[in-house]
Design a protein around this ligand. Structure first.
Ligand SMILES: Cc1ncc(COP(=O)(O)O)c(C=O)c1O
Length: 455
């Protein structure tokens, strides 16, 4: 038994319930099981990408068809999708304007290593949303972060990077660093083949810790602080009042470039937290959803960063470690222009955010009425329940309250009843085509799941 302030979770009961849900999943998914068995002979661990074995189910669902906020697996079951490709499909599956633009562009040339007019429209729209004048495009947010770090090093002539403890910014070497219990920088748990000791490249500060930031930047040898304006990958951790003001003031005072990664926090509004909260990054990164699912990432910069980069750039830059053959390719720019211009619009956010509020209210009501010591955090169109009664202050506090067995049970229980949550945390994301009834369906099955556990 694990003690909690108001209710206890019986671990034997949880294990038995989990086994029953695994059995139920197996019975309902013979075709996915068959495909998974076949896949094990040609794909490492039976999946095209390693994360896909991490779902709560005993084997992954194979998808037959996805449209809007729903998808159907190969066994014919339909799901309300709150994972939305972990933000890659935040615009909904197959948004019509994106499909139309992509189809048109496919017939006119997918990639040519030359610009199209769509690139200008995309840059102008990003400028409108985030307030930065100059943009470059990549295939992924990971690449956009990697290139931003390189440009920041180039512009400042400094080498070190500062990140938040328990951050995630894609598979960027410098960011796979965390604090051990003695406050030393070490490789993040599970980091695969770290190229160098991350303490050589990176300093790590807890989220919301102004004193630690002061200390990390005091020597003026840090090129950039790379942050999500709210942590979203360890679970949502919101900034305390004044934290962003302090971050901006200290980075300015120490000549450090502030890079804000809005890849997930775009859920706060059309211009992410940057526009919503009046943040003033020197550089800004966003990927995933901006192409409506077509690979696309981007980074923007101020006039001053652009000038400094240009002034220090070597003459030949084609093999300079920034760029990619398909980066900024025509198809992705067509997708970005259509997705930002016609799908993830200001009006779409005005629909999505109230849906997340509805999700938050429903889940909070279940939590309160069952007396479990949990709470919901919401950031715009994204919301999540945490297994602790109060808001976490930083990533370590959030991570300390993770409960993988409970989380897997809840995810599998709702999956078995037609609702998909984001794996790795208890997060739900709204798309422009998510319905109030979808939200209510989650509340209903979440209540059943909690009743089964604490019942
Ligand atoms: C905040 C943030 N930045 C960057 C990335 C990397 O995105 P991608 O894997 O598409 O490169 C992620 C991925 O989860 C992310 O959450």
């Amino acid at each position: 038994m694990t003690a909690s302030p108001t209710r206890t979770i019986d671990r034997d009961r949880l294990a038995a319930l989990s086994q029953a849900e695994i059995g139920r999943f197996r019975v309902a998914h013979p075709r996915s099981a068959e495909l998974y068995e076949r896949a094990r002979h040609s794909l490492l661990d039976g999946v095209p990408m390693n994360w896909m074995v991490e779902w709560a189910s005993p084997f992954p669902l194979f998808v037959d068809d996805a449209s809007g906020a729903r998808f159907r697996c190969v066994d014919g079951h339909e799901y309300v999708d709150f994972c939305l490709g972990d933000t890659g499909a935040m615009a909904g599956h197959g948004p019509a304007p994106t499909i139309a633009a992509v189809e048109r562009q496919m017939r006119r040339g997918i990639t040519h290593m030359l610009p199209t007019e769509d690139a200008i429209a995309a840059g102008e729209e990003l400028g409108r949303r985030f307030g930065l004048p100059y943009w470059q495009f990549t295939m992924t947010a990971t690449d956009a972060n990697r290139f931003s770090i390189r440009l920041a090093r180039q512009a400042t002539g400094r080498s070190k990077i500062v990140v938040h403890d328990h951050c995630y910014h894609g598979s960027v070497d410098e960011t796979f660093a965390t604090l051990d219990p003695d406050g030393r920088v070490v490789a993040s748990e599970g980091s695969v083949g770290p190229p160098v000791d991350p303490a050589l490249t990176t300093r790590v500060v807890p989220f919301n810790d102004v004193a630690a930031l002061e200390q990390a930047l005091a020597d003026e040898d840090v090129a950039a602080v790379l942050v999500e304006p709210a942590l979203t990958n360890v679970g949502i951790v919101l900034p305390e009042p004044g934290y962003h003001d302090a971050l901006r003031e200290i980075t300015r005072r120490t000549g450090t470039i502030l890079i804000i990664d809005e890849t997930h926090t775009i859920c706060a509004g059309p211009g992410g937290m940057t526009a919503r909260d009046g943040l003033e990054p020197d550089m800004l990164v966003i990927g995933k959803t901006i192409g409506g699912g077509i690979p696309a990432g981007t980074y923007g910069m101020t006039e001053s960063v652009a000038e400094r980069v240009r002034a220090t750039m070597p003459e030949r830059t084609d093999v300079g470690g920034v760029g990619g053959t398909l980066a900024g390719y025509a198809l992705s720019l067509a997708a970005i222009r259509a997705t930002l211009g016609e799908v993830l619009t200001d009006e779409a956010f005005a629909r999505m955010i109230p849906l997340a509020e509805r999700w938050e209210a429903g889940v909070n009501e279940v939590i309160a009425s069952r007396g479990v010591p949990w709470h919901v955090t919401r950031l715009g169109a994204r919301a999540e329940y945490h297994f602790m009664p109060t808001l976490p202050r930083d990533g370590a506090e959030q991570a300390a309250h993770a409960d993988p067995a409970l989380e897997r049970f809840l995810h599998l229980f709702v999956m078995n009843r037609g609702v998909l949550m984001t794996p790795f945390h208890n997060m739900a994301l709204m798309s422009p085509v998510t319905m109030a009834a979808d939200v209510d369906r989650h509340t209903e099955v979440f209540a059943e799941a909690v009743d089964a556990v604490v019942g």
